[in-house]
Design a protein around this ligand. Structure first.
Ligand code: MEV
Length: 332
C-alpha cells in the first residue's frame, strides 16, 4: 500500500471545560462531522500539503526543515505530527504528500486541529505498519498539540481517537468510553471564532489571582461532571439538562461566557430545552442544549432569533478510522 485515507470525527465538550485543564475530569462526545486526511508515500524527502478548507494550496518543505520557519496556521498540526512520526521512524518514512478536507468549519470549535493531528498519526501508523498502540498514538498526538498550541488537556485527542462519549481526565490519566444513547443535542454557533489558548490563559490568570475561589469553581464543575455521568448513561435528559444549566453558571463565574452565548442558552431554555451551556473554551464558538423532540423546532427558531446558527450534528460517531487504502487513491 502506498496511500491511505483516514477520517476522524469532530467533538463537543458536554461537561467540564476549563476545569479539565487543571486536574479535573470532563465528558466529551464525538459528532458525526468528519475531517479526512489522505497520505501518500514518496521518496523525495518532501512533506507537501493541500488543504483547501484552510486555504493551503501547495505547501511543501523538505523533511530536514520540518517544524522550522514560518508555518501557515492550517499546516501546523499536520506538519508537527509528520515530524514526530519521522523522528520516531527515521528509516521508514522518506516523504509524504498529504491532503485534507473537512465536513466542518474550523471556526466551530469542533476540534479540526486534534482531528487532523490524530488522522495524520493514525494514517501514518497504518501506512507504514508501525504498530503504535492507541496509548502511544494518544501520547504522540498530545505532544503535537502541546508543541503547537502550548496548552490543552488532550480531551479532544482522546475524542478523535475513541469516538463516542468519553470520560476524560487531564492529560489522558483516564480515558474511559461511556456507552451513552444518542443524545438529543442541539448545537448553536455564535458566529464568533474563539482562540482556545487565549481563553485558557485568561482562566489561568484568574486562578493565579483568586486561587481559592477558582479552585472551588473547578471542584463544583467536577461534582457536576460526576452527576452528569449516570444521567447520560441512563438517558435521563432532564437531569442532563439540569446539570448543563449548573455547569453554565460555573462557566459564567469563570468569565468565559458571553452575552451572545447567554442569550442563546436562555432562548433555548425558554423555548423548551431541558438545559443549555456553552461548549469548549467559551467567549464564542458553540453552545449546546438537550432538547425534547417536540420542542426541537421551537428551540432552533429561538436560537436563530438571537443570532445563532444551528449546526445539525448527531452523537455516537465512530473514532478515527481507515476510509480507503491502496496504491492509487482518487483525489478530491
Ligand atoms: C476547549 O475546547 C476546552 C478547554 O477545556 C481546553 C482543553 O481542555 O484543552 C478550555
Amino acid at each position: 500500500m502506498n496511500a491511505i485515507t483516514v477520517s476522524a470525527p469532530g467533538k463537543l465538550l458536554l461537561f467540564g471545560e476549563h476545569a479539565v485543564v487543571h486536574n479535573h475530569p470532563a465528558i466529551v462526545t464525538a459528532v458525526n462531522q468528519w475531517l479526512f486526511v489522505t497520505l501518500e508515500k514518496s521518496n523525495d524527502g518532501i512533506f507537501s500539503l493541500i488543504a483547501p478548507d484552510v486555504k493551503i494550496n501547495a505547501y511543501q518543505k523538505s523533511f530536514a526543515e520540518l517544524t522550522t520557519g514560518e508555518i501557515p496556521l492550517g499546516a501546523q498540526f499536520i506538519e508537527h505530527a509528520t515530524a514526530r512520526f519521522v523522528d520516531r521512524f527515521p528509516s521508514m518514512c522518506k516523504g509524504i504528500a498529504a491532503k485534507t478536507t473537512s465536513q466542518f468549519s474550523s471556526e466551530f470549535g469542533f476540534g479540526s486541529s486534534s482531528a487532523s493531528t490524530v488522522s495524520t498519526l493514525f494514517g501514518l501508523n497504518e501506512l507504514y505498519q508501525t504498530h503504535l498502540s492507541s496509548q502511544e498514538l494518544f501520547e504522540m498526538a498530545y505532544r503535537v498539540v502541546l508543541e503547537v498550541s502550548k496548552k490543552g488537556s488532550g480531551f479532544d485527542i482522546a475524542s478523535a481517537l475513541c469516538g463516542g462519549v468519553v470520560y476524560f481526565f487531564t492529560g489522558g490519566k483516564e480515558i474511559r468510553p461511556l456507552y451513552v444513547p444518542q443524545i438529543p443535542l442541539m448545537v448553536g454557533y455564535t458566529g464568533v471564532k474563539t482562540n482556545t489558548a487565549t481563553i485558557v490563559t485568561q482562566v489561568e490568570d484568574l486562578k493565579a489571582q483568586y486561587p481559592d475561589r477558582v479552585s472551588q469553581i473547578f471542584d463544583e464543575i467536577e461534582t457536576i461532571v460526576k452527576k452528569a455521568e449516570p444521567a447520560l448513561l441512563s438517558g435521563d435528559w432532564k437531569t442532563v439538562g439540569d446539570v448543563m444549566n449548573e455547569n453554565q453558571i460555573e462557566l459564567q463565574k469563570l468569565g468565559v461566557s458571553s452575552e451572545k452565548l447567554d442569550a442563546m442558552c436562555n432562548a433555548a431554555r425558554s423555548a423548551g430545552a431541558w438545559g443549555a451551556k456553552l461548549s469548549g473554551a467559551g467567549v464564542g464558538d458553540c453552545m449546546i442544549a438537550v432538547v425534547p423532540d417536540e420542542a426541537r423546532e421551537a428551540v432552533a427558531k429561538a436560537i436563530e432569533a438571537v443570532g445563532g446558527q444551528v449546526v445539525p450534528v448527531k452523537t455516537q460517531a465512530e473514532g478515527v478510522r481507515v476510509e480507503k487504502s491502496g496504491f492509487s487513491l482518487p483525489s478530491y
